[in-house]
Design a protein around this ligand. Structure first.
Ligand code: AMP
Length: 502
């Protein structure tokens, strides 16, 4: 059996791997590391959870032992689709690089440019970045990519989902042709194959079987629902309450960011101890939210796939799929959050008539039929309800909607979330508004939902350039569908349309 010592890694790296408690390399590590150390291009087809991060971090550390970085000229570059994944790679450099004195810089959206600039000035041995923020720094003339001799493109198919491919192509062209490229993707759709043909030189291809099976320790159930979101929300609340005894903590997955926000607010309103994690939240809010969930300070986390993908989240007792995932592999990934290390877990998926084809794809992928909790879709009464939850306010749905101005949805979305936060604050009565730095902030008292409200508030007051990673249209999360305020019918008050400067 191959051991880490067989792979050609340096003694410093082997020492750190041993300290981390790993003795046997995973298949992607055993396959990729020797080739990476020989300065060959690598095409790794593997998903998160296979140990793929170490498969590029460990050889990079070994190769970086020779040479030094110069100011603003990073020696290596790792591109990640999300800030959390970028931060996780940085943690890997801290863990495995404990015997090295390397400068690692993280360039992600949602944190100040100045700190990042200082790190670049010092000379980065390793630069870990999301494509949008990297190009922002480059366009400001703060960064030269001409000294990069190892480029890692991680989670390439996620990059594709998120519209980052034009950015990736641009970045690849800014880095010397003679570089070594280590490229990772869980799947190989045609766009990704084209990218590898264009930018990799005779790569060694290492393919690790993707997880198509679900743990036997997870009890999976399907729950039928009408198609409206408010019907699904009511079913979800009933499920959570029914499971209360065994429910230690839960992740609820939605397909779109808009639904994550809406569901989170609804759960808090119904006094569930919930938080949210999606791609439009500012970085501080995302980090705090995740840390609180990991520390059991938060019981329920509502998340989108993009935000939760690849995160090292500890074992959870329950997973709820508020939406059936569109990509069947996401189902395996989502429910893999529970039933870990032999423990038992439960996964409930809310299914509507419209989800039948996605459900069929999931059952085909996992090779089994999932049992129904309480009758299947055929027992669903034909609904005569309107498409949306009943709206308050004047202006019925039969009135024609007013013409939308350009960007109107964006302007209207922000005030709505402010109003929700203020309403939640008034309701809780334990929340005081006080200034922090140069911005107003809502401080919460010791209430179960305080973290959630604080995080939404953080998101609200994020500076425009920090609000979301993607700044151009093509840099949008897959689940970025935008949202219009509800609750006002067609009568949106004029103050709601004013763009606020925070
Ligand atoms: P990744 O696929 O890189 O996200 O890694 C998934 C998890 O596997 C992380 O928690 C790693 O710390 C862990 N891991 C990485 N390499 C090994 C190994 N050789 N043996 C056991 N666990 C590992």
């Amino acid at each position: 059996m191959t051991t880490f010592t067989d792979l050609g890694l340096s003694p410093k790296v082997l020492d750190a791997v041993e300290a981390a408690g790993y003795t046997i390399p995973t298949p992607i590590q055993a396959g990729a590391i020797p080739h990476a150390l020989q300065r060959k291009d690598v095409l790794g087809i593997a998903q998160t959870g296979t140990g793929k991060t170490a498969s590029f971090v460990l050889p990079m550390l070994t190769l970086l032992e020779q040479g030094r970085a110069r100011a603003r000229m990073p020696r290596t570059l790792i591109l990640e689709p999300t800030r959390e994944l970028a931060a996780q790679v940085e943690e890997n450099f801290v863990k495995y690089g404990k015997n090295h004195r390397l400068n690692v810089a993280l360039l992600i959206g949602g944190v100040s440019f100045d700190d990042q600039l200082r790190k670049l000035e010092r000379g980065a041995d390793v630069l870990i970045a999301t494509p949008g923020r990297l190009l922002d720094h480059f366009e400001r003339g703060k960064l030269l990519l001409s000294a990069v001799d190892i480029l890692v493109i991680d989670e390439a198919d996620r990059m594709l989902d998120m519209g980052f491919i034009p950015d990736i192509e641009r970045i690849c062209k800014l880095i010397p042709f003679t570089r070594q490229t280590l490229f990772f993707s869980a799947t190989m759709p045609p766009e990704i194959t084209k990218l590898t043909e264009q930018f990799l030189h005779s790569p060694v291809r290492i393919e690790v079987a993707k997880a198509a099976t679900t743990a036997k320790t997870v009890e999976q159930k399907l729950v039928k629902s009408g198609k409206k979101d408010w019907e699904k929300r009511a079913i979800l609340r009933d499920l959570i309450r029914a499971e209360a005894d065994g429910l230690k903590n839960a992740i609820i997955f939605c397909n779109r960011k808009k639904d994550v926000s809406e569901l989170f607010r609804s759960l808090v309103k119904h006094e569930f101890d919930a938080g949210a994690l999606h791609g439009d939240m500012d970085q501080r809010a995302r980090t705090t939210m995740l840390a609180n969930f990991k520390d059991n300070k938060l019981k329920i986390l509502v998340a989108s796939d993009v935000a939760a993908r690849g995160l090292d989240i500890p074992d959870v007792s329950h997973v709820f799929n508020f939406d059936v995932p569109i990509h069947s592999e996401d189902y395996v990934h989502r429910i893999g959050r529970t039933g870990r290390a032999g423990r038992s877990g439960k996964a409930f998926t809310i299914v509507t008539q419209a989800d039948a084809k996605y459900l069929a794809a999931i059952e085909k992928l996992i090779g089994e039929d999932i049992t129904w909790h309480d009758g299947d879709l055929s027992t669903l009464p034909v609904s005569s309800e309107p498409d949306e939850a009943p709206r308050r306010g004047r202006g019925g749905r039969d009135k024609p909607a007013p013409k939308r101005r350009r960007n109107e949805g964006r302007e209207r979305e922000r005030p709505q979330s402010e109003i929700d936060i203020i309403a939640a604050a008034e309701k809780a009565k334990e929340i005081e508004v006080e200034p922090l730095d140069d911005q107003p902030v809502i401080r919460t008292a010791d209430k179960p939902n305080k973290v959630a409200i604080k995080a939404e508030n953080d998101q609200r007051r994020a500076r425009p350039e920090q609000r979301s990673e993607p700044r151009r249209d093509h840099r949008r999360d897959r689940d970025d569908m935008g949202a219009a305020p509800i609750g006002f019918g067609d009568e949106i008050p004029a103050f709601m349309l004013i763009d606020t400067k925070i």
